[in-house]
Each structure stands twice: as C-alpha cells, then as structure tokens.
Design a protein around this ligand. Sequence first.
Ligand SMILES: [Zn+2]
Length: 527
Amino acid sequence: MHLRKHDLLQMDDEWLKKLPAELLLEVSKRLLHDVKELQDRLNQSPTNSSRPPTSRAPWEKPRDAAGEASDVRVENPPEAAAEPATEGADSTAEPVKAKVSPSSSPKGSSKPRGKQPGSPGHGRTQKLAITDTCEHRPERCAACGEALAADAWSQAYTARDEIDIAAPLEGRIGLMFSVTRHTLREVGCTCGHISRALPWRAAADAQWEQVELGEWRLVGPRLAGIIVFLALRLRLSRARLRELLMEMFDLTLSTGVIDETIREAGRASLPLEDTLVADIVQAAQLHVDETSWPESGVLLWLWALVTTHTVLFLIGPRSREMLENALQDGYLGILISDGYGVYRAWENRLRCWPHLLRKLRGLAESSDGRVSGVGQEMEAILKTLMAAIYAARIEPPPEGLPVRYAADIARMQKLCEAHQMDDHPALRSVVREFLYDWKVILRPLAEPHLPLSNNAAEQALRHWVISRTISHGTRSEAGSRAFALLASVIETCRRRGVSVWRYLGTVIRAARTGLQLPALPAIPTTA
Ligand SMILES: [Zn+2]
C-alpha cells in the first residue's frame, strides 16, 4: 500500500488540479496499485490467502468464518498504532509513561486490554531519562513518489520511547539500560503533499490472532530477549518477572506488556521453524517423545524432536499426521521412540530399551506367579543382551552378537509366542509388543553402536514438564505456537553453545522491521 489515511486526507480535487501532468500520472499509478491491492484483499479468505505453506502449523485445519473476521483487521492502517493519542507522546512531550496499553488482548475480544487510547492512565507511571535519540524521516513522497530533499520542510508529528539493553561497555560485566526517543517526522514535497515516516508493522495474520509484530514497541529487542529467557528458560511467571524487573532495575512493566512481548517474540521466530525442520530431517538419528499439554482446557501433546544440536517442539494432537507433517518430505534417518503406535509407520526405527525393561519389571512384580516368572526370565535375557551390547561397543565379538546370543534370543522369542494368546492382559500385551516390533527391538544386537535409550528426548521434555505444572499449559492457539517456537529456539541455542537472549534479540530486531532473520547459530564443529 502506498497511501495511508494520513495521505488520503490531504488529497482532493483541488490538489489534483494543480499537479503537473507527469506527477498526475505518478499519483494515478499509485492509486491504481492501491485499488488493485484492496480489491484482492476484499476477495481474500483463509482458503485462498497467500499464507506461505510453512506458516500453517502441521495440525492446523482450514479456518471457519472466524478466520475471515480476523482478516478484516488487515485493512487497519498501519499508522493506527502510531497515532499520537495511542501513546500520548509527541516530540515535545515529557518523557512518556513506561506503562503502555498492550495493543492486543489474548482472549479475542475486539477491545484492546489495558488503557484505551486517549483515556487517562492508571497505576504507577515512571519518568525515564532519555539516553539516545533517533529520527525517522520518510524517504519518498507517498503521493507522487519523488525523493524527498534533505532540506525540505519537516516537523516531528509523534514520538515513542524504547527501553532496551545497551551495548556492553568494553571490559565491564552487567547490564546497562538505554531509553531511546524515536521521533517520527513528516516532510513536505514539492507537489504539496506531506508524507509521514511510519513505523513498520507486520500485516495481520489469522494464525497469530492478536499478536502484533512491529517497530512501535516500548520494550526493545534485547530486553524482549531477556524477558523470553526469564519466562521460558528460568520459568518465571509473568507476575514474578514483573517483580524482578521492578526490584532489580526499577523498571515498571505491566504483566500485559510482558505477555505481549513473549507472544510477539514467538511470532518473530516463526521463520526459523523451516531451518529447524531442515536441520532435523538431515540428522542421522532423531529422538522423539511426547507428553500431554493442556491448551485452555483442551488436552494436546507437546512433542519433542531431538537431535544432537537441534530441538524442535510442537504442540498439537497425538497423531501420526502431526509427526509426518512436521517432518515434511519424510525422515530417512533412524527414529528412536517409545512404543507408541504412531511411530510404527517408520521402518528405520529403534526402541527405547529402558522403556521395555520397565514393562518387564512390571510383569516380574506381578502377584500372579506364572506372569511373574515369564517377566523375570525375559527381563534377565534383555539385561544380558544389554550388557553384551555395551561390551561389544568396546570389543565386538568376531561372530557378532546375534550369533553369540542366538540361544537367548530364541528362548525369548519362544516365551513371547507361547503367551501371545494368554489370559493375563498385561502379559499378553507385552509379549505381543515384542513380537510386533521384534526386528526393531533387536536391531542394536547387529549394530551395537546404535543408541539403546530415548533418554535424549525424555530429557529435553523434562524442563517443559515443570513449566506445564507451573503454568497449566497455554491459553490459546497463538500462545501454544509462540511457546513451542521459543522453546525450540532456546533449546537449540543451548545445544549450540550460544546465548539465548542475545540471539533472540537479533531475531526480534530483524522481525520488527520486516528484515530477513539472522540464521540459527552455527552447529559447533567437533574439535
Ligand atoms: Zn510529492
């Protein structure tokens, strides 16, 4: 869109009549462009909109009418967020209040949460000393497209303050805060039109409900990175985080602003998901596990896809499609999992032996002596084989483990076959599981270097299982998406030995101005 509300208000018949022919042509071209774009938007529905395929979550279903309602918000002029009334600031104003109204509410109500534009503020306000200033000027005339001269008439029309973490001083540790006053100017053109510098703002996106992404923010990118780190990695609740910022840095941020910052960071990280998936699909071995995850009362699953240097978390249903879609063109390496049915579609797969041993222990502890006997015998055989695999990693026997332990393997198979129609449901179920996955379970005997446990995935989930206990899951689809994306970036940064909040700061900075995101931290080379 070339022309915003501010521009159109200046344009009328009188103005057009005064324009020379070549500028009139230029203005017509811009009007035509905008009319075509608006026409296309009117025809847009979730089924034909140009959302990139990657932005559609694996589990996502086509939207109903509710999706259309959110598309209408695309029509909102981007400068709506930049109207002086929203923040109550202009270039000559006193330092603005640190407490701003979050521009969105997570509950889907049309009324933004917190302070309404123009209404008097409540609660604590904070005077912040300005440490830096930054001027924003439009480069070209919005009406005729001519470059605007540096000495053209101009004036400040609004301003905003941004609190961030300043660049570190050489040789000093600790954090310094900066407060930058961003002044937005309007500049006059020779055609008579006045153009305004506008803060960049991402178009509304149905899958992100009311999560806004753009430049007009109180919380700067690096401070946003720290907030995400404190909330997700250190598991501070929004209220605790607010308390920490107030207690340690004399900084007052509402829990609404904190929550909004975290969800915006999730939206900012979305383009990284493709790279995460690409890295995972290339790995030789992939550990997968899942745990339950409530999303506003609905039972979903938090999946962890784990390789040595990359972790991808997804929140969605516990279905095979979920995993297949996440792995896009398919995964050709070795998948390591527990016994859950969705994994059986993968031929190239390993089973977690400690899981199997736990099931056999359950049988061995049965009060039914017959069941207990079978459990104990199978457990003993599996333990023998496990020890043999560990030994073979150091010194493999020349004839190979399947030959050396042929008698044990045959005995276990005989036990399983003998009890596959057993009356005892637990025993029947366990031996059937062994028979069904026989080749997969015994594969490490022939290839003892392969992992025997799914510890990597279980461990990756453990941290977030505690988060689930603290937060009771997530409250909306957008909240879940932001959580999974940020958890993935955090775990991946940690595995690659990179500071989480600093990297996230660079991601958020780029995303807020519509620039390409910095690549994921490089995979460390094994020294
Ligand atoms: Zn002009």
